[in-house]
Design a protein around this ligand. Sequence first.
Ligand code: NAP
Length: 247
Amino acid sequence: MRLKGRTALVTGGSRGIGRAIALALGEEGADVAVNYVSSEGPARDVVENIKKMGRRAILAQADVGDYPDTFRMAQEVLREFGHLDILVNNAGINSDKSFVKMDHASWRKVLAINLDGVFNCTKVFIDPMLKQNYGRVVNITSVIGQIGNFGQANYAASKAGVAAFTKSLAKELAGKGVTVNAVAPGFIETEMVEGIPEKVRQKLLDQIPLKRFGRAEEVARSVVYICSADGDYITGAELSINGGLLM
Ligand code: NAP
């Protein structure tokens, strides 16, 4: 167990990649706070699964795009766990439309959750991490932030923003015990990808050298790697888990 005694918060831990990350951290020995915005049932299921592993696990409801709400959640998590070692900024949404059809509300919503959300969550936990001279921040970006995509100007901009934020923060916090990294998944089998029409799915598969979509567990294992002692010398990295889509 590589994370025995550690405490973690996974934003968007109720479903998809975040769920897999929360479970993987629990399997490796961490106590886990599972954030969600509205799916209480699925988040509770993740919490129950982690408890069955013998770990502490709690629900941590908040809209990460809302700073006061995120601050409230952080106080609850810190009260429950006493401290936080690992923060995984995973919560994210997409709202796809070609730029000509994209309205300001859709731009703001995606940026508010995907980019401001990372600022908000990191901001509310960074002081206690610095005080304890230890922290592992992992931000989930996307291959789309690296290559762009038709209909995803808002999403791509948000993820590229998180990647740049990751590197800046890594430089600021190196030497203070806190590493900051990103994991950039390609196309992973979750609800986000299941919504893609079959024709487009086939076109995407043709572009992926490994000829399949990724699994949430494959992303989760890379997060565990970064957060374990094996990843102690890694900071400012953006680790690609994309089947070779971008190389
Ligand atoms: P998903 O299945 O749609 O799950 C999204 C998660 O984010 C849910 O737990 C959801 O909570 C949470 N969430 C949404 N808005 C939130 C908010 N305002 N505050 C707190 N939590 C919020 O997504 P996914 O496919 O697992 O993606 C997870 C992350 O990986 C995202 O950042 C996404 O951009 C990134 N990513 C995904 C892929 C992919 O192929 N799937 C590829 C690259 C990157 P509720 O359940 O309560 O709604």
